[in-house]
Each structure stands twice: as C-alpha cells, then as structure tokens.
Design a protein around this ligand. Structure first.
Ligand code: GSH
Length: 211
C-alpha cells in the first residue's frame, strides 16, 4: 500500500497512527508530497489535490481520512484495533464527530491565516471557526469523561488498543498545540490535559510527532 502524505497534516498523521496501531506500518510505502503544489502524481490519485490518499495493493485510491481509517482497520492482521467498541457505543461516534470537527476548524483557521494573515480571524467565518474550537473543546472534555466511565465499567479500557475517537481527538489537540498554541486548552480543561498525556505516550503518537 502507498500513502501520500506530508509531515504537518493532522489528517495524514491519523492514517499513520492507524497503520501503526494495526501493525500495518511495515507494509506502507510513504510518498511525501506538497498538496499545495498540486503535483501530477497526487492529482492522478486524488483530483481534489488533497492528502492523505491511500492506494491499496490492487491500485484503488482511497481518499478522506475516515474512509482510510475504516479500510486500514479491516486489513489488520490481528483484527481491527481502532473500531472494536464502536458499534455498541454511540458516544464513540459523538466523540469522533467532535474530534473531526475540531481538526477541521483548527486546520481551516491555520490555512485562512496563511492566506489572509491574522485579519482572517476578524471576519465572520473566522470568528465562527474560533468560537467552534472553544465550544468543541468544552464538549469533548465533557463527553470524554463520560465515555471513559462507560468503557471502564465494561472493562474495555483493559484492552491494549486505542479507540478511533481517541486517535482523532488526540491528533486534533496535538495540532492545536502545534499551530494555535495561544489557545490555553490545557489550563481550561485539566482533565483533558491528563487524558492527553496518556494518549501522547503511545508509541504511535511519539514516532509521528509534528515537526
Ligand atoms: N476532508 C479531508 C481533508 C484533507 C485535507 O484538507 N488535507 C490538506 C492537508 S492537511 C490538504 O491536502 N490540503 C490541500 C488543499 O486543500 O488544496 C480528509 O478528511 O482527509
């Protein structure tokens, strides 16, 4: 399998982490590209000119991060590592959606600033994105604690895997630290900061750190 990626994309990092957690990273050839240059090799597999793209061994390009994560989980030699408690836990889907939205709002803020400077934040759309980030952090903090309690009750937390919602939320928070470090989410939400410490300690997070 081939993965088209760059080093600073939170979406591509989610795919790398899913590959490691599913023991598939050795089968993954990394193809480093700059999507903003629209290179021909990328356009050939994704007309949207976005990364990540996973090309399967049979040559099928898969785009959109969540699609790729679902595919990788199905390929895991020891069974799915990210999706296991998902079907019986709608809260996992709530958290996955909020985590994805946090990643999107943060990434769009970064890109808007890159193009329009800090005045991008003053426009109505910029304001909406920043407000969404703050609301999403509060909602994730609240729902994550609730979800952890449920999982603990049902002994899911004794599993060694990590749920897909934790991967996406962990990367969204790491991306906030990397690009919007002025948002003081750790002091606003100390329980979330504690949770993040255990997620960041995983090898899959450590070896894919943003740089
Ligand atoms: N919805 C997509 C978002 C992917 C995305 O926005 N990737 C960025 C890099 S972090 C990109 O390639 N941007 C290039 C562009 O928008 O032209 C996903 O979930 O994979």
């Amino acid at each position: 399998m081939k993965l088209y990626l760059n080093a600073t994309s939170p979406y591509a990092r989610a795919v790398r982490i899913a590959a490691i957690e599913n023991q598939l990273d050795q089968t993954l050839e990394l193809v480093w590209v700059d999507p903003w240059q629209s290179p021909e090799a990328l356009l050939a597999v994704n007309p949207a000119a976005k990364i990540p793209v996973l090309v399967t061994d049979a040559g099928a390009p898969i785009t959109e991060t969540l699609n790729i994560l679902f595919y990788l989980d199905q390929q895991a030699p020891n069974g799915p590592q990210l999706l296991s408690p998902l079907p019986s836990h709608p809260q996992s889907l709530t958290l996955l959606g909020y985590g994805q939205a946090l990643m999107d709002a943060t990434f769009q803020t970064v890109i808007a600033r890159k193009h329009d400077g800090n005045r991008a934040d003053q426009h109505e759309l910029g304001q909406r994105r920043i407000q969404a980030i703050h609301r999403l952090l509060a909602a994730i903090d609240h729902h994550l604690r609730d979800h952890q309690n449920h999982l603990r009750d049902e002994r899911h937390l004794t599993q060694t895997g990590i749920p897909i919602c934790d991967v996406v939320i962990g990367i969204a928070l790491a991306y906030l630290d990397f690009r919007l470090s002025e948002i003081p989410w750790r002091s606003d939400f100390p329980a979330l900061a504690d949770w993040m410490e255990s997620v960041e300690a995983r090898e899959s997070f450590a070896v894919t750190r943003f740089k």
